[in-house]
Design a protein around this ligand. Structure first.
Ligand code: 5GP
Ligand code: MN
Length: 332
């Protein structure tokens, strides 16, 4: 249970806020930032939104007023000690801010975290975390409803809907409850058009992204006695050939789970420095635990980890083998 009263008093008793989210932000990350910024604006508060990563191009429509800034140490470092509150949204490990982590950790100001992920690190003064929520923006919705801190209107409903839609895989993942559909209905009554939001996020891709998906699908391999592990790889060469970028790869991993019998889907993505792995599963095979073995994290069915030193081609067989162990341990 989240202590919304405390969250409300943190907001009402302070004036200047710095909001941030995790590296490679998704629609829940950006949508939650924009929603919180709107709440604070309605209350006459001053807000900065500063992120490690640039906002992916398909999510820029959520930031209509172009308020989100990409972190530049020279320009933004001082803000971490000028505001009253630092607000971490949609993540709970400080290293997920990458280049910003030190400025955040070293600030003497009040720090809070609003999130729905497991395995939290204690890096803030107040944690508002509940893994029962489908999205961080779902928590924000509940916060507005339970406290009445501001009126829910179309502008607020828009980023909240976008965030919930994407974090539930368009209303199909486990936390898609009848309650959540009632919330969606309420957001629709405020004027949200589902097809419009979906089109902006998923159906306005650059050709390069679709080509990169082609390369990922081309690489798909099955592993294990019963072909229950599906994994794909994207190398730097694939990125160059397709002219793709890291944020293009969001949701690619789900295609490995769309193959008959596959229970664990993996996507290995080579980055300009190091590589990342996306872990997905069906049922009760805990991908957050598997990812945690490599210093990553996430949820039961969706997790990730980043590798800075190791070579991707060396680690693929090790990680796939480890995934097989999880299959043996938790499957059935
Ligand atoms: P994705 O595979 O889409 O990047 O991430 C899936 C989930 O795993 C997300 O909910 C995200 O929060 C979590 N996750 C991804 N990468 C990392 C990581 O490097 N560290 C941690 N702690 N969590 C991650
Ligand atoms: Mn989220």
């Amino acid at each position: 249970m989240i202590d919304f009263k405390t969250l409300e008093s943190v907001i009402l008793n302070n004036d200047k806020f710095l909001i941030t989210t995790h590296v490679n932000p998704d629609a829940d990350a950006i949508g939650s930032e924009i929603a919180f910024q709107l709440i604070l604006k309605k209350l006459g508060k001053e807000t900065y939104i500063i992120n490690h990563s640039e906002t992916p191009y398909n999510l820029k429509f959520l930031d209509k007023d172009d308020v989100i800034k990409k972190f530049d140490k020279n320009i933004h470092s001082k803000i971490f000690n000028e505001v009253d509150v630092l607000m971490a949204l949609d993540f709970n490990h400080s290293d997920r801010m990458v280049r910003m982590s030190d400025d955040f950790r070293n600030s003497s100001k009040l720090k809070i975290c609003v999130d729905h992920h497991q395995d939290e690190e204690d890096f803030v003064d107040h944690q508002f975390i509940d893994t029962n929520y489908s999205a961080t923006a779902h928590i924000i919705y509940d916060f507005i409803r339970k406290t009445g801190i501001v009126k829910l209107d179309y502008d607020l409903a828009y980023p909240i809907y976008a965030a919930i839609m994407t974090d539930t895989g368009s209303f199909r993942f486990e936390r898609t409850s009848s309650e959540l559909h009632k919330i969606a209905a309420e957001l629709l009554e405020l004027g949200i058009i589902p097809g419009e939001v979906f089109d902006k996020i998923y159906d306005q891709s650059y050709l390069s992204k679709v080509k990169l998906l082609g390369a990922a699908l081309e690489s798909l391999q099955l592993f294990g006695d019963k072909n229950e592990i599906g994994y794909m790889t994207l190398t730097r060469q694939d990125f160059r050939k397709c002219n793709g970028i890291e944020s293009d790869t969001e949701n690619f991993v789900n295609f490995s789970l769309s193959v008959q019998n596959v229970k664990i889907g993996l996507l290995f993505i080579e980055l300009s420095e190091g590589f990342k792995v996306s872990f997905r599963s069906k049922g009760n095979i805990p991908m957050n635990k598997l990812a945690a073995e490599f210093n990553g994290g996430g949820h039961i069915n969706a997790a990730g980890a980043r590798f800075h030193k190791e070579k991707m081609s060396d680690m693929i067989p090790i990680i796939v083998k480890k995934a097989e162990k999880y299959l043996e341990k938790y499957n059935g």
